[in-house]
Design a protein. Sequence first.
Length: 330
Amino acid sequence: MTRSNLAAPRPTPAPAEGKRQLPTQPPAPSRRAASPPAKPKERAGSKLTGVFVAIGLLLLGTFLGRSYYFAPLTDRARHPLHEWLRPSGYVGQSAGIAALLIFVFLWLYPFRKRYRWLAWTGVMSKWLDVHVSLALIIPFLLAVHAAWRFDGVIGLGYWSMIVVCLSGIVGRYLYVHIPRSASGLELTAEEIAAERRTLMGEIARTTGLPQAQVETVLRSDPTPLEGVGFMKALVLMAKDDLDRRRAARALRRICRARQDGGRLDRKVVREVVRLGSREMALTQQARLLGATREIFRFWHVAHRPFALAALVAVMVHVGVVVAMGATWFW
């Protein structure tokens, strides 16, 4: 074999038929681009849009009928809108019927909580959102139904309903301070720790910030508080809410002023802030979990009798009205 033959390059064999050549892997980029979160959740304010619209329409109708609603009781019978706006009129009683239907629907929520075979109707968190949203509309419907007069037995029933609604708002506030999954089930300590780690990693990956910096911004005291009194627990919950808002604003500023100069999309920043608020809330809720459970237990004891009393009063009122024929459709 000659020397020239040794120096000659060997020919590259052609790929066999049916086999694919592996593509040449491109060089890794010098800096990894921030990946947006998988799917942003619905903003909290958007859940109450329908409620605000319904209440706004009821208040607008009240403003348009103010000449009747603000007239003395002795002059209302001669008012041209009396047939429409009186409690048994077309508008007044229609508002009462709508309030009755909503009130009956609200009682489906306890059945959904008690019977697991109703899980096909939706998760508990969605049920609670609908329950609270519809309950906020009832006082305004009842006010229109009563022609904005709350004296006598009508006033007693109305203010009882107001107490039930206010109690429900307090219960909703306590409910969201217990760490839960998307399905509404309470999280265990291991699940809370796992979700916190996942959230921290996702925030750091999305923003490109060091995880240590994210942990510094969202730092919260994780020491459990046991034996906290009722009022002190509520004060600590409110303080945690304020601290979480301040941390969310700080995280938003850091995301907008990254050292690498890259700007994050506004939707991405909003999602990052939501994830950070969720991570910090888990720490705060786990710290006050024992006190929150105790308060929630007492709340159930107080809320149920008021709700049952309101249900009995509504049924008696409807029965008397139907028996007397004081309706525009009967």
